[in-house]
Write a protein that binds this ligand. Structure first.
Ligand code: NDP
Length: 276
């Protein structure tokens, strides 16, 4: 499995597993557990969740599904902005750890920017790191200006910015991805198949058919084409997970990349970072 290097020097898989909407429907539970386990077995050991997802139901599902595999995982969770304060972050983290059935998070993210000053969140994250509750911390949905403020506020140890990035959401290529790359901070691409909406696209289907792949695989291979980008698709079935895993081995040709550029042009001017 291709890897991405965190600022600490640790390598993580370039392809992980998302979990938004998981753990919320009883009839899907056994498929979701099987999907998550199959993903870990084939190297997608980075698992992304958040206290927000199903009000903790996603974290609970992951704890149940992957508890016996804990030491193989790189567990990522996220705190609500209103919990990212000196007084509340430790409590939110403790609740996530309890639901996940673990004593530490590998990466803890501020889910999006709220009214708590970034310097205070940095201090609270560093305190959790010093206590061993969190191995790394980072942010999500922060645009270039926010990242500059974060670093100025002492957040030099930020390990990732998790952002909306796929063929239809290329705004980050203008200045955010270059900024992250210059600072050695990996981007984590969420909704890499645009929550499924990308998969019926004709250009994607044509390229997929030419190279004997599926549209989702082309979309994922595109998101992972550059160093320093981790993709975290959510898949609720073993078939989808296996298909996604194989995308990490696909290298798109220059001609296919040019075709995708023509079909999904990058915005010509700067746009604020979009979020879902
Ligand atoms: P994705 O782009 O990952 O799309 C998920 C959808 O695509 C599901 O309906 C899934 O179906 C389908 N899918 C996945 N793989 C395949 C495949 N091989 N073939 C066909 N369909 C497929 O969207 P998400 O919004 O879930 O993003 C991924 C993760 O990123 C989230 O789960 C979450 O962990 C994170 N995220 C973070 C955000 C943030 O603000 N930081 C915001 C949004 C997401 P099925 O379930 O049936 O397999």
């Amino acid at each position: 499995m291709k890897t991405v290097t965190l600022p600490s020097g640790e390598n993580v898989p370039a392809l992980g597993q998302g979990s938004w909407m998981m753990g919320e429907r009883r009839e899907r539970r056994s498929d979701e557990i099987a999907a998550l386990r199959a993903g870990v077995e084939c190297g997608m050991t980075l698992i992304d969740t958040a206290e927000m997802y199903g009000d903790g139901a996603s974290e609970t599902l992951i704890g149940e599904a992957l508890g016996d595999m804990r030491d193989r995982l790189f567990l990522v969770s996220k705190a609500y902005p209103q919990n990212a304060s000196r007084n509340r972050l430790a409590r939110a983290c403790e609740a996530s750890l309890k639901r996940l059935g673990t004593d530490r998070l590998d990466l803890y993210l501020l889910h999006w920017r709220g009214s708590v000053p970034l310097a205070e969140t940095v201090e609270a994250m560093e305190a959790l790191k010093a206590q061993g509750k969190v191995r790394h911390w980072g942010v999500s949905n922060l645009d270039t200006g926010d990242m500059e403020e974060l670093v100025a506020a002492g957040g030099v140890a930020c390990a990732t910015d998790q952002i909306l990035y796929n063929l239809t959401r290329r705004g980050a290529e203008h200045d955010l991805l270059p900024w992250l790359s210059d600072h050695g901070i990996p981007a984590m691409a969420y909704s890499p198949v645009e929550q499924g909406r990308l998969l019926a696209d004709r250009t994607l289907a044509a390229i997929a058919s030419n190279i004997g792949a599926m549209p989702a695989q082309v979309a994922l291979a595109w998101a992972m084409r550059q160093d320093g980008v981790i993709a975290i698709p959510k898949a609720g079935s073993v078939d989808h997970v296996r298909e996604n895993r194989a995308a990490a081995d696909i290298v798109l040709s220059d001609a296919d990349l040019a075709t995708l550029d023509a079909a999904f042009p990058r915005p010509r001017t700067r746009r604020p970072l979009e979020m879902l």
